[in-house]
Design a protein around this ligand. Structure first.
Ligand code: SF4
Length: 262
């Protein structure tokens, strides 16, 4: 029986976003990879994050526009519904810290790369990474020399999912660059400068094991209610939803989506 989540050309197109999703909840990864329609979710945070990232990219390129342009382009609402948090204030607070990075000598913004390799279990992988900023000779007190920087717009950067993302970037750069993850909102940060051997290839094998063994179970967690776009349609208490592709069921093959929204 064919498994529609195994790529027909034998190359798994992975990203930190997909690896994290599989770790968080294999069922969510299954819905995402199978292109099930998402329900409503709180995307105003993502809109604010996109506006900040676009602003930072344009500043690094020397093509900066008025801040209001970015708020309008991404339709960032002023207030988070039901929470009273002012997202425009958050945007302005974040962009105050962008010059610290955008003005670094030799800064290169927004690069997407694909790293091809074979895992310890012999699977072919193409790992997509999208790096906010690469710096050849950083003079930042947080991390000097060769550094890749990821901007965060939330207060807290101390998250396991971010550490995996940082390791994906280091892996893509062959271990030559440190990874600096920095909250433009709070100034909190972490730096990773060592990458355990085979860490990312083993993570990829773990991901592929789930796919090939059809281990795609629901794993309720703290992000379900607020951040999972599938909750309302597939996991809410009043919805009884059976996994649509139980082990051994044959369905039409689907393409993976390579976008990395992390
Ligand atoms: S709501 Fe929770 S259990 Fe359901 S798919 Fe999303 S993350 Fe998984």
């Amino acid at each position: 029986m064919s498994n529609p989540l195994i790529p027909s050309d034998g190359v798994y197109r992975l990203s930190a976003h997909k690896l994290n999703m599989m770790l968080e909840c294999p069922f969510k990864a299954y819905l995402y990879l199978s292109h099930f329609p998402e329900g409503p979710s709180e995307d105003c945070w993502a809109k604010c994050g996109s506006a900040v990232h676009d602003y930072a990219e344009d500043m690094t390129k020397g093509d900066l526009k008025d801040p209001e342009y970015y708020l309008q382009k991404y339709e960032v609402p002023q207030i988070v519904p039901g929470m009273g948090i002012n997202l425009h204030d958050r945007f302005y607070k974040c962009i105050e810290n962008v010059p610290k990075f955008a003005k670094l000598d030799g800064a290169i913004p927004e690069m997407t790369e694909y790293t091809d390799f074979v895992t310890p279990k012999g699977r072919k992988v193409s790992l997509q990474t999208r790096i906010d900023l690469q710096v050849e000779n950083s003079t930042l007190p947080e991390a000097k020399g060769k550094v890749v920087v990821d901007y965060k717009t939330g207060k807290d950067v101390n998250k396991e999912e971010y550490r995996l993302q940082a390791r994906c970037y280091m892996f893509a750069k062959g271990g030559e660059y440190k990874a600096l993850f920095y909250s433009l909102l709070s100034g909190k940060y972490f730096v990773i400068d060592k990458l355990p051997e085979d860490y990312i290839p083993k993570m990829c094998d773990n991901y592929i094991d789930h796919i090939e063994n059809r281990e795609l179970e629901r794993t309720p967690n703290q992000n379900c209610d607020k951040f999972c776009p599938y909750r309302e349609k597939y996991c809410a208490p009043n919805v009884y939803f059976q996994q649509l592709v139980p082990p051994g069921t044959e369905t039409e093959e689907v393409e993976e989506d390579d976008s990395d929204n992390a």
